[in-house]
Design a protein around this ligand. Structure first.
Ligand code: DX5
Ligand code: ZN
Length: 224
């Protein structure tokens, strides 16, 4: 039996003119999570959407809102994203000076705290915080755009993080984001990933129920 994993489709690759319908289609296909990529044009070059769009979608969806904040100084907007309906709020370690304070504040607001690391950021940046986290997001591309290629050295980082989790008997989830597809799903799950984010390799291949089946079948094969 392969390890179970959660597929969190990245809305960045969905049809932005019909977002609520896209969420309904995800729910109908049996997905439980959706990954919401928030970009500010500063931390990353791109700009996407913010709390008003998330609040509007919250009124139409029961999916678990997995919110990935690619914004500078995320402490300015934590309450707004929580009020909008984010279930999990993941901030970048590189985007704030007082990371522990930010993580504690996310928890105080009632959301699950996550920390994301860019490919070049070492695991040591979150090492001491791990007991306080519900999730660590290992970026496998430099964030900002969908459709980029997976950076191979990140696989070792996922394995090292999984080793750290096992040795310290911790239970945070390991999430992977960027260039994830059925081709690397088996290797990622075998390395210790629990939550796979997929944008272009998911939304580009409807119907979504069948695409979810393809990812699940891929996880059951031997890693290449
Ligand atoms: C990248 C975003 C990702 C992106 C992934 O900056 O954080 O969530 O949508 O897209 P794919 O799966 O196409 O690499
Ligand atoms: Zn993301």
């Amino acid at each position: 039996m392969p390890a179970p994993f959660i597929l969190s489709p990245s809305l960045l690759s969905a049809d932005f003119s019909r977002l609520a319908d896209e969420l309904a289609d995800l729910e109908g296909a049996g997905l439980g999570w959706v990954h919401l990529d928030v970009m500010d044009g500063l931390f990353v070059p791109n700009i996407t959407f913010g709390p008003p769009i998330i609040a509007a979608l919250r009124r139409r969806s029961k999916l678990y809102f997995d919110t990935h904040l690619m914004i500078e100084r995320p402490e300015r907007y934590l309450a707004a994203f929580r009020e909008a309906g984010s279930d999990l709020i993941c901030v970048h370690a590189e985007a704030t000076v007082h990371l522990e304070r930010v993580v504690s504040e996310i928890r105080r607001l009632g959301a699950a705290p996550g920390v994301a690391l860019n490919p070049a950021t070492p695991l040591s940046h979150v090492e001491y915080l791990l007991p306080q986290l519900d999730l660590v997001l290992v970026m496998t591309v430099n964030p900002g755009f969908g459709g980029q290629s997976f950076i191979p050295f990140c696989l070792d980082k996922i394995k090292d993080l999984a080793t750290m989790r096992r040795e310290r008997d911790l239970s945070f989830r390991i999430q992977v984001d960027g260039g994830v597809s059925p081709d690397n799903t088996a290797a990622l799950v075998a390395a210790g990933a629990d939550v796979l984010v997929s944008g272009s390799a998911f939304f580009g291949h409807p119907p979504y129920k069948e695409r979810l089946d393809v990812f699940q079948a891929a996880a059951a094969t031997s890693p290449t």
